[in-house]
Design a protein around this ligand. Sequence first.
Ligand code: FES
Length: 273
Amino acid sequence: MYKIEKKENLNPTVTRMVVQAPFVAKRAKAGQFIILRVREQGERIPLTIADSDPEKGTVTIIFQVVGQTTMLLNEMKEGDLLQDFVGPLGKPSAIDGNKKVCVIGGGVGCAIAYPTAKAFHEAGADVTTIVGFRNKDLVILEKEFTDVSDAYYLMSDDGSVGEKGLVTNKLEDLIQKGEKFDEVIAIGPVIMMKFVSLTTKKYGIPTTVSMNPIMIDGTGMCGGCRLKVGNEIKFACVDGPDFDGHLVDFDEAMSRNTAYKDFETHKREETCN
Ligand code: FES
């Protein structure tokens, strides 16, 4: 069992939890994820490792309450125990300290973008960060990002914080002003990653996206997380979660992600009643 050491709300729907999981903490690298179960009969959900401390034996996860399991997880308190906490899973992100990179995070995807930005920064890379949220109440990890970024740009859909506009507006603006990025890394809603990839393709900038499809076993056996990348079928849990953004079939990924929406809504309503 895995003890919740700390729990804190980052915004009305996003929570940060620090969990005692020494074996995972010892091996975790940026870009990897864990699969957890809140209780014995519960569903398995994948969550990216937002941070880890090998000395304290802790792993930080950040999640948004979107379905039944994240709702149950959010009801847990400091000191409570999680049933399972398996990882680290997936391939670590490829971090190159000699690069000038632009890390783009959208919404709760910023929880995944942050460890990537931090890893590039610690390796010595020049890190520009662009983050986007719907409005000021949803902004998370502002201080964490500014601490690891050479330049930080905050965008919001309604202009209530930072600059009004999309992350792609800022990216294109910076490129047109002469910024030369060796790589762009985009992490957030699939639609955002699709449009970041379309933007960078025009300029020939290598682009990595972090895919977070439905996962079941996390070991490459069930096929639940399959994606079309170029002409190949890949499994996000073992081949990813990072992929070449210019090759991912985002439209297929979006339609697979919505396949269980009605079922999920039903389960969430059952939990609320
Ligand atoms: Fe089952 Fe990836 S989660 S193959």
